[in-house]
Design a protein around this ligand. Structure first.
Ligand code: NAD
Ligand code: GLY
Length: 360
């Protein structure tokens, strides 16, 4: 088993990575929640039928009483009315402050269940059991939990760190190819922003089979990078912003497609290609990098370019959560494997972005 510790003072937690770990979830949760009697498991309508029975029997064997709530699969479930329904179900189940909430699913379930855990009874313990590649390499680590509002994604939320993250790479076997590729966009992002060798390691393995042969190393590397940045900047005011490489323009693509046409990973993939070109245009990124990023993205079957209205991009720059006043921190590559948050006038970004985007 591979183990990492997120060293947040007073709120340390482990990330455990091992094939078959789902069947031992109970004993690992018992070790971090010794007083808990009840576990409220949140899953979704796809993951529940695949994995919740195995999970529940492992929890029961460790002496937990469990309830399972399955929300409809998909982003539409990450909203305030599902949150409120979960709160009521938790109370009906008899959840107390010494009990815990478990998220079994992808990032949607993790974000929703995490926000429910952060808020029910003013906060109870929370365990992440991520089952998508995206949630294993990104969303289950770092404590960002949220629901979407009509005004936009993730607008109501909290920082609520889990007590434990359990990753069973075998759960990835049932992911559709498109969802696997989605997660790979975030994996490639780690290579782009932090680790050139890891980028090369990934691009040498373009097929899903080859990547799955190395999946424990891939999960470990991504989570190791993420835990370091979370410890340095838990509240996302500095170093953690680098994780947003590809995301600013990516958000414009996602929004333009009404969050239906393009998945998050597809939008981020195309967003990284735009950001690499923007970096060259601004004299920050070496000229050869866009081709390298684009080739890595294309090899995974992800889009290197997405059409959207120019206004969608203007809006994403103007409304971006990272922006303050007339300036924006845009994440650019100083080289492949090293990113920087470059603070610029929004107008400057837009002018160069327009030149880049129209040429692509
Ligand atoms: P998701 O949770 O919707 O999962 C994608 C699809 O895969 C769903 O239909 C789900 O039912 C299905 N699925 C999940 N596990 C499966 C499995 N093992 N086998 C078969 N099907 C499975 O989406 P996601 O891509 O995991 O996460 C996206 C969400 O994560 C977004 O809401 C995004 O905002 C959020 N996110 C949060 C953070 C964070 O730091 N909290 C970071 C990145 C993304
Ligand atoms: N996924 C971005 C973050 O956790 O900060």
């Amino acid at each position: 088993m591979k183990t990492l510790t997120v060293d947040l003072p007073g709120r340390e937690y482990d990330i455990l990575i091992q094939r078959g770990l789902l069947d031992r979830a109970g004993e690992h949760i018992r070790a971090v929640c010794p007083r808990a009697r009840r576990l409220f498991v949140v899953t979704d309508s796809t993951v529940g039928p695949l994995y919740s029975a195995r999970q529940v029997s492992s929890l029961a064997a460790a002496g937990f009483e469990t309830a399972v709530a399955a929300v409809p699969a998909g982003e539409e479930s990450k909203n305030a009315s599902q949150l409120s329904a979960l709160w009521e179900e938790m109370m009906a189940f008899g959840l107390t402050r010494s009990d815990a909430v478990v998220a079994l699913g992808g990032g949607v379930v993790g974000d929703l269940a995490g926000f429910a855990a952060a808020t029910i009874l003013r906060g109870v313990d929370f365990v992440q059991i991520p089952t998508t590649l995206l949630s294993q390499v990104d969303s289950s680590v770092g404590g960002k939990v949220a629901v979407d509002l009509d005004h936009g994604k993730n607008l109501a939320g909290a920082f609520w760190q889990p007590r434990l993250v359990l990753m069973d790479p075998d759960t990835l076997d049932t992911l559709p190819d498109k969802t696997f590729a989605d997660g790979m966009a975030e994996v490639v992002k780690y290579g782009c922003i932090y680790d050139r060798d890891f980028f090369d390691f990934l691009t040498a393995r373009p097929s899903r089979g080859e990547l799955m042969d190395e999946i424990e190393h891939i999960l470990y590397t991504c989570c190791d990078l993420k835990r370091k940045v979370v410890v340095e900047d838990e509240r996302d005011t500095g170093a953690r912003m680098l994780l947003n490489f590809g995301h600013t323009v990516g958000h414009a693509f996602e929004k333009a497609g009404n969050y239906e046409t393009w998945t998050h990973g597809q939008a981020v993939a195309a967003g990284m290609c735009v950001a690499a070109r923007l970096g060259v245009e601004l004299g920050i990124t070496p000229a050869e990098v866009p081709e390298q990023v684009t080739a890595a993205v294309a090899a995974l079957g992800l889009p290197t370019r997405i059409d959207c209205g120019w206004n969608d991009i203007v809006e994403a720059i103007g409304l971006d959560k990272k922006s303050a006043g007339s300036r924006i921190s845009f994440i650019l590559l100083e080289e492949l494997g090293r990113a920087a948050a470059v603070k610029m006038e929004k107008e400057t970004v837009l002018r160069h972005l327009e030149a880049v985007y129209r040429q692509m």
